[in-house]
Design a protein around this ligand. Structure first.
Ligand code: 2BA
Length: 106
C-alpha cells in the first residue's frame, strides 16, 4: 500500500478531485502554500494498493497542467531589495510516493 502526495496548482484541484471520484479513488485535499512563491497550492493525499499507483499517477498527469508565470518572489519583497519579476515554470504536479504500513479506520 502506498500514499501518493501530489502538490498541484489550485486551478487544477477541482478537475483532479472529480477525476478521483469518477475513478473511485479516495483522496484528501489539503490547502497548502509553496515555500518559494508563498502562493496557495493544493496537496492531495491518496492511499491505494500498490497495483493502483500507476493509475493514480496517470490521472494526476492528465489533470495537472504545467504553467509559466512571471512572479516576484516574496523573499525579495521581505528583504527590501528592488522587486524583479522572474519567470517561473510551475509544475504540473510535484509527487511523493511513501510506503503505508497500516490503514486503519475506526
Ligand atoms: P513553490 O515552492 O512556491 O515553488 C513554485 C515554483 O517556483 C517551483 O515549481 C519552481 O519552478 C520555482 N522554484 C522553487 N524554488 C525555487 C528557487 N529556489 N529558485 C528558483 N525557482 C524556484 P515546482 O518545482 O513545480 O513546485 C511547485 C510546488 O511544489 C512548490 O511551490 C512547492 O509547494 C512544492 N514542492 C516543490 N518541490 C518540493 C520539495 N522538494 N519538497 C516539498 N515541496 C515541494
Amino acid at each position: 500500500m502506498k500514499m501518493i502526495m501530489a502538490i498541484v496548482q489550485s486551478k487544477d484541484a477541482g478537475k483532479l478531485r472529480d477525476a478521483f471520484i469518477d475513478n473511485n479513488i479516495g483522496a484528501t485535499k489539503l490547502s497548502s502554500t509553496g515555500g518559494f512563491l508563498r502562493e496557495g497550492n493544493t496537496t492531495y493525499m491518496v492511499v491505494v494498493e500498490d497495483d493502483r499507483v500507476d493509475e493514480v499517477l496517470e490521472i494526476i498527469k492528465h489533470n495537472a497542467k504545467s504553467r509559466e508565470q512571471y512572479m516576484t518572489p516574496a523573499a525579495q519583497i521581505d528583504n527590501g531589495s528592488s522587486a524583479i519579476p522572474i519567470n517561473v515554470q510551475i509544475g504540473g504536479a510535484t509527487v511523493f510516493i511513501l510506503p503505508v504500513e497500516k490503514f486503519l479506520q475506526f
